[in-house]
Design a protein around this ligand. Structure first.
Ligand code: 5GP
Length: 204
């Protein structure tokens, strides 16, 4: 089977993490312990918000040391903080036949798409959007400060001009539905323009 990476980008606060979490739950429900979806944990140099466990929070010194050692597969600088995916675990997972989900931004996506080490990998790219009011409400809810929110909304606005670079664009009005759409894509099932065909999923 061809190696597969699914890149999921989207506005900060759009609910990518929740969608991915739900996607893994669906896959475990369907395939039990045979689920072959795997998600690396990125390193970041930004400070932790509330109780987050979705990153390795590393000091700038350790971050830079790892950069110098060639530890990472790709990188992004967002709002003056570094975010990077470790390389070896991703290559190992692909070697074991696992589908790797990368929750990374457009810069990271472009690096992955042009990485010659990944030439034999099928790469699917998805962008997740939400309407501006919902986005702002989510950022507030997760504890971002007002200045942070303004900066993130401006970044989101600028990202709009790059949407055409993605294979699929989903509006995340409902986490379960969005996760089902992504799950369908991961497994090569049909996804209509207005989303995943739920009939197909519920046929049993
Ligand atoms: P946040 O601070 O909201 O958690 O993340 C900010 C942005 O960085 C988001 O767009 C997120 O998808 C992106 N991001 C998180 N981890 C990585 C990573 O390892 N690589 C890249 N390229 N982007 C990342």
């Amino acid at each position: 089977m061809k190696k597969k990476i699914v890149i999921i980008s989207g506005f900060s606060g759009v609910g990518k993490g929740s969608v991915i979490h739900r996607l893994m739950e669906i896959d475990e429900l369907v395939f039990k312990d045979q689920s072959k979806i795997w998600l690396p944990v990125s390193d970041t140099s930004r400070t932790m918000r509330n109780k987050e466990d979705n990153y390795n929070f590393v000091s700038i010194t350790d971050f830079q040391k790892r950069v110098n050692e060639g530890y990472y597969l790709e990188y992004n600088c967002y709002d003056e903080n570094g975010y990077r995916t470790p390389r070896e675990p991703v290559l190992d997972a692909l070697g074991k036949g696992e589908t790797v989900i990368l929750e990374i931004d457009r810069n990271g996506m472009e690096q992955i798409l042009s990485d010659e080490r990944l030439i034999d990998v099928d790469i699917i790219t998805i962008f997740i959007c939400a309407n501006a009011n919902k986005l702002q409400a989510r950022l507030l809810h997760r504890g971002d400060g007002k200045d942070d929110i303004s900066r993130r909304m401006i970044i989101a606005y600028n990202e709009l001009s790059h949407l055409s670079k993605y294979d699929h664009i989903f509006i995340n009005d409902d986490i379960d539905k969005t996760a089902l759409r992504v799950w369908a894509l991961v497994h090569g099932l049909p996804v209509s323009d207005d989303g995943f065909s739920e009939d197909l999923f519920y046929q049993g």
